[in-house]
Design a protein around this ligand. Structure first.
Ligand SMILES: C[S@@+](CC[C@H](N)C(=O)[O-])C[C@H]1O[C@@H](n2cnc3c(N)ncnc32)[C@H](O)[C@@H]1O
Length: 312
């Protein structure tokens, strides 16, 4: 495969692109050959794209949409979207457009160079470009999401939106700072949340901004949930704080200029099983008789989004 990160060669993040490329080449994921075969079979787009919409479009409608649909379904599960690829509508598990539309009115991303940590298939990167960003570098270690980005890039080439197969722990400490750093849906998966927040600060240029989105507990009684087993069937959920605790963590990380943009309960319409994500989804993770709690008996998911200014 041709290096999909060549466009990044002139940027300050060339080293990162290089380690992304090595990550792809060295991956020994068992599904990789058949994923790459599907991506190879996709038609190469002519650069047509329409990004400023809830379901960004990449590539013009193809002659055989049923065939394209089959190839794209080989890259299941499609979690973040919706998307329209080669004219095929992808109804993803998440209505990620709802999350974006809650954030969008509060964000100025004009000409920003952005890092999106845990970016999934790069859906939000497309929305960031539509909002005026100059470059979006996303990182996500889950290989199938990187494959979805490769498929999106084949149908809609040339965009300054990249997904690198890296985890946050792979970023060198001398990574040049970005104008905006997004961490959405990642903090609760980190064992040391304050360390994650310090890392976000170090990855942001002085005077830049962090957009943090994470699970919280409702109320402000200095509460924190440390699930001993799973949370909503998810493994690796280490800590869910209320907003008071979250602010305390942020202060410990040296981040005091913060604004809560939104607090929303995740609804069964926002995260659900579809033809493009046939595994269990939120409905199967909540108590059937009492959907305000998870099947483990914890409060059902509520998420907060915060805008954090980093000192000059
Ligand atoms: C809950 S999803 C959130 C996706 C997206 N940011 C959103 O808000 O919808 C968490 C994402 O983080 C990724 N992830 C897991 N471990 C990671 C790590 N160590 N570094 C960066 N991302 C990671 C997962 O693959 C997954 O795509």
């Amino acid at each position: 495969m041709k290096n999909p990160y060549l466009q990044l060669q002139t940027s300050a993040w060339y080293e990162l692109a290089e380690s992304g490329w090595q990550g792809l080449k060295n991956s020994n994921h068992g599904d990789l050959p058949h994923w790459l075969e599907s991506i190879d079979s996709l038609p190469e787009g002519d650069g047509y794209h329409q990004l400023d919409r809830d379901a960004p479009e990449l590539g013009r409608p193809v002659a055989d949409p049923a065939l394209l649909r089959r190839e794209l379904l080989n890259l299941h599960p499609w979690r973040k979207g919706p998307l329209k690829l080669g004219g095929v509508k992808i109804d993803t598990e998440w209505r990620s457009d709802w999350k974006w539309n809650r954030l969008k009115p509060h964000l100025d991303l004009k000409n920003h160079k952005i890092l999106d940590i845990g970016c999934g298939n790069g859906y939000f990167g497309l929305r960031m470009l539509a909002a005026g960003a100059q470059l979006v570098v996303g990182i996500d270690p889950t290989m199938v999401f990187v494959m979805q980005w490769l498929a999106m890039r084949k149908l809609g080439p040339g965009l300054n939106n990249f997904v690198l197969p890296l985890g946050i722990e792979d970023l060198p400490s001398d990574t040049p700072g970005f104008d905006s750093v997004f961490s959405m849906g990642v903090l609760y998966h980190r064992r040391k949340p304050v360390e994650h927040l310090v890392q976000l600060k170090n990855l942001t240029r002085p005077g830049g901004q962090i957009i943090l989105e994470t699970l919280i507990l409702e109320g402000e009684s200095k509460a924190i949930l440390n699930p001993s087993g799973r949370y909503a069937r998810m493994r690796n959920v280490h800590a869910i704080p209320d907003l008071l605790v979250l602010h305390y963590w942020l202060e410990q990380a040296g981040l005091s200029n913060t604004k809560v943009l939104d607090v929303s309960k995740t609804s069964l319409d926002e995260q659900r099983r579809t033809d493009w994500m046939t595994f269990e989804s939120l409905r199967e993770c909540l108590d059937i008789e009492n959907p305000s709690i998870t099947i483990e008996g914890h409060p059902a998911p509520t998420r907060a989004a915060l805008l954090i200014q980093v000192d000059e």
